[in-house]
Design a protein around this ligand. Structure first.
Ligand code: SF4
Length: 314
C-alpha cells in the first residue's frame, strides 16, 4: 500500500517558519510517522504572506467575532488567513490526515487562547483559523495535534483513522459497485465493533436498507458513519468483545487447555495486565493453524504498520 499523504504544520517537521525564526520539531512526527506518511507541510502564516521572523499574533474577540490580530502593530490578519485557506484547501483533497501544531492561533485544534476584547483576560477554547477552515472543508478528515500524539490511545486512534480514510478515498475513486462496497465494509466490521458497538449495528442496517439508493449517496453516508464510529478510540471492553468474538471461531478446533489459555490471556488483557498484542498474537498463531478467511481479511488485525508497536502499551 502506498504511504498516505498527510498534511502537517510545517514547524512540526523542523521548518524554521515560526515567528521567532525557529521550529517546533516533534521527534515522533518527524521520526516514526515520517517513515509511514508522505508529509505535505503547510505554514499558513508564511503562506498568507508574513515574514520570518515576525511579530507575534493571537486570537482576540472583536465584538461577536474572533479575529487574528497583531495587537502590537494594530494589524488584523483575519482576512489574509481566510483568503489563504480559501485558495489552499481545494488542493488538499488528496490528504488522508492532518497533524497540526497545538496552541497556535492559526494551526491549533483545540483549547487555543482567545483574548477578550479589553485584553485583560482570556478563554482557552479557541481553534486556529486555518485548522477551523480545514475541518469545515473536510469534516471526515482525521486531524490531530502534535502534543496529543504522545497519548498512546489517541496516537493509535489517529493512525488507524488515517489508513481507513485512505482506504475510503481509494474506494470512492474506484467507482465501486455494490459488491465492492460490501466487501470494504466486511473487512472493517471488527474494527468498527472495537470502536463503537452501536455504530457497528447501525452501519449494517444502513447498508441493508439503502440498497436501492444511488451509490454516490450511499458512499457519502457510509463514509460519514464509518469515520464517526472510529472517531472514538477503541475501549478495552470493546476490544475484549472483539477478541472473544474471534476466539469463538476456534471453538471446534481447540482442546480445553488451549481454550482456557486463550480465555485467560484475553481476561489478562481486559484487566490491564497484558497489552492488546498478547491475545492478538495468540489469535494470529491460531489463524495460521486453522485458517478462517473472514477473520484473516479483517483490517482489525493489522490497521497500521507493525513496526510502530502501537498495540504494545498497557
Ligand atoms: S504553528 Fe502553523 S502558522 Fe505557526 S509556525 Fe507552525 S505551521 Fe506556521
Amino acid at each position: 500500500m502506498r504511504k498516505p499523504k498527510v498534511g502537517v504544520s510545517a514547524c512540526i517537521v523542523g521548518q524554521q517558519v515560526r515567528f521567532d525564526g525557529g521550529h517546533k520539531r516533534s521527534g515522533y512526527v518527524d521520526g516514526p510517522l515520517h517513515q509511514i506518511f508522505d508529509f505535505h507541510p503547510v505554514c499558513p502564516e508564511v503562506g498568507m504572506g508574513l515574514s520570518v521572523p515576525r511579530p507575534t499574533i493571537r486570537l482576540r474577540e472583536v465584538g461577536e467575532t474572533v479575529r487574528l490580530m497583531d495587537d502590537k502593530n494594530r494589524i488584523d490578519h483575519t482576512d489574509a488567513i481566510n483568503a489563504f485557506s480559501q485558495r489552499t484547501l481545494p488542493g488538499l483533497k488528496h490528504l488522508s490526515g492532518y497533524i497540526v501544531c497545538a496552541k497556535s492561533p492559526s494551526c491549533g485544534m483545540e483549547r487555543v487562547r482567545i483574548m477578550n476584547e479589553a485584553q485583560n483576560g482570556a478563554r482557552h477554547n479557541g481553534r486556529g483559523l486555518f485548522t477551523a477552515a480545514l475541518m469545515k472543508a473536510y469534516p471526515l478528515l482525521p486531524v490531530e495535534e502534535d502534543g496529543r500524539l504522545n497519548d498512546a490511545l489517541l496516537r493509535e486512534n489517529f493512525i488507524t483513522r488515517v489508513f481507513v480514510y485512505q482506504g475510503l478515498q481509494a474506494l470512492q475513486q474506484s467507482a465501486p459497485d455494490e459488491n465492492a462496497l460490501l466487501t470494504f465494509h466486511r473487512r472493517h466490521k471488527l474494527l468498527v465493533m472495537a470502536h463503537n458497538q452501536s455504530h457497528y449495528r447501525a452501519l449494517g442496517r444502513y447498508l441493508a436498507e439503502s440498497r436501492h439508493a444511488p451509490m454516490t449517496e450511499r458512499l457519502n453516508d457510509y463514509s460519514t458513519m464509518l469515520m464517526t464510529a472510529l472517531a472514538k478510540p477503541a475501549s478495552r471492553r470493546n476490544h475484549t468483545n472483539v477478541l472473544q468474538h474471534i476466539g469463538g471461531y476456534f471453538k471446534r478446533e481447540l482442546d480445553t487447555i488451549e481454550r482456557q489459555n486463550l480465555h485467560q490471556t484475553i481476561l489478562a488483557y481486559r484487566a490491564g495486565k497484558l497489552p492488546l498484542m498478547a491475545p492478538l498474537t495468540l489469535l494470529q498463531s491460531l489463524l495460521k493453524r486453522y485458517p478462517k478467511p473472514y477473520i484473516e481479511e479483517q483490517h482489525y488485525l493489522s490497521p497500521h504498520p507493525e513496526h510502530l508497536a502501537l498495540r504494545y502499551h498497557l
